[in-house]
Design a protein around this ligand. Structure first.
Ligand code: ZN
Length: 101
């Protein structure tokens, strides 16, 4: 029974890690496409990709826009997802340590 629960956690953790990997690939792809944009346009717009959720942000639109992004559903969702993933990693490590002793 305990083994099942443990396996469930590991599966959940690896699924979350796969999701994160996919997002990282998507982020890399978006960054690649950004570098292909006309350099003059890129300089004007100063487009950036959010480190947390991968959304585009435009610093030129000012502080209020940034705050509303950080409080937005997509961004907060990713913050939670990363927290859950971190918790699962710690949990999984603790469990495998206990199992090996
Ligand atoms: Zn974000």
């Amino acid at each position: 029974m305990e083994q099942l629960a443990e396996a469930g956690n590991v599966t959940e953790a690896s699924e979350l890690m796969q999701a994160i990997d996919m997002l990282k690939e998507e982020q890399a792809r978006l960054q690649d496409s950004l570098t292909q944009v006309d350099p003059a346009f890129r300089h004007e717009q100063r487009m950036e990709i959010c480190d947390v959720c991968g959304a585009f942000s435009v610093p030129i639109e000012g502080h209020v826009r940034q705050v509303s992004h950080v409080e937005g559903k997509q961004h907060t969702g990713f913050v939670k997802l990363r927290q859950v993933l971190q918790d699962l990693k710690v949990q999984t490590r603790a469990q495998s340590y206990t199992a090996s002793v």
